[in-house]
Design a protein around this ligand. Sequence first.
Ligand code: PMP
Length: 435
Amino acid sequence: MTHILHRAAKVVPPVAVSGAGVEIVDADGRRYLDASGGAAVSCLGHGHPDVVAALHRQLDALAYAHTGFFTSEPAEKLADRLVADAPEGVSHVYLVSGGSEAVEAALKLARQYFVEIGQPQRRRVVARRQSYHGNTLGALAAGGNAWRRRPFEPLLIETHHVDPCFAYRFQREGESDADYAARAAGALEAKLVELGPETVAAFVAETVVGATAGAVPPVADYFRRVRRLCDRYGVLLILDEVMCGMGRTGTLHACTQEGVAPDLMTVAKGLGGGYQPIGAVFLARKIFDAVADGSGAFQHGHTYMGHPMAAAAALAVQETIARDDLLANVRAMGDRLRLRLVERLGASPHVGDIRGRGLFRALELVADRATRAPFDPALKLHARIKREAMARGLMVYPMGGTIDGRRGDHVLLAPPFIVTEAHVEAIVDRLGEAV
Ligand code: PMP
């Protein structure tokens, strides 16, 4: 008997009771190798002693102080650190409690920016159909996932979606990456022109697409083209790195690998590594200045923003990653994971693609590799793989979404940054069996 409305209303999941390193243990003593980091969250694994100690210290000192009255030392230190290592042009961060809150705040900052600079007609948002930006009403409007949106339409923010996001199935036969990047950027430009760019506030995109399409990196030069279009048409570029950011792809920010800097950027998951709920919005100086020199305050706020416990956890997580040079391990183990997936599953007629960056990897499963035809959705293949993997003590993050009206099954892997070669072997072995 449960009184919680769980995700599947009638199914109660196993009860997690403890965790250490890359393992979670349930109430029956079963152990699960966390190859998904939950949902790409647990970048330091579970029970990391340095983070636990930092949380104990903060709890002893002060658990909570409302930002209407105080700032706090961990929040200030965290912000200093984030800005010091931020993409070019970022001058401030706005601290919230998770990914959806960060996306909401970024969308509202974009809107308020244009109000402050006297262009209030810039209200619309352009996003991509193969995207997930969160489940609150504004973030849901930005996301392109039709089945998530449907029960709640019409949604709150006028969003227009464009294609594609580079899931391999959308690249045309014989099309070069350069042509593909040009086609995708062309779709964005056509949309901006159609809408009237003077009505558009922002273009929002995940730098590497996460849950919806499964660790899909952009094609080279796409984001540079997007950056130029945003500049030409006066549209803000919001990068959503809630899932792919904070080291997951092998660099602290995924956009560094694309050679672009955003006007606003969201991070969450890996920021606090699951030790506390936390998210952040990075602001380019022009956004901060417009608000600070204009009305003087961002018209927004949440009770738990800048929470000292959350900031202390995030600070400890980020300091540990830097001290132990864990991004080098992300790159090395990410390459190893890709190689072992290719060796174990690459020849399967049902593996259409093995992709991703760093420790953000995915398999895409297809009925027929030659035609790239997806499996019949009625099979719920992704859900079966999750069950089979859990039965083998392995946590993976499978999704079967409608991508551009076409169904696809993929399995996302996002293990903690502390994985070893032995963990990679165990992940690939168990996943291979489950598939
Ligand atoms: N944006 C992206 C890219 C995400 O992957 C997610 C979460 N999966 C969110 C936003 C929302 O984050 P949260 O679940 O913390 O609200």
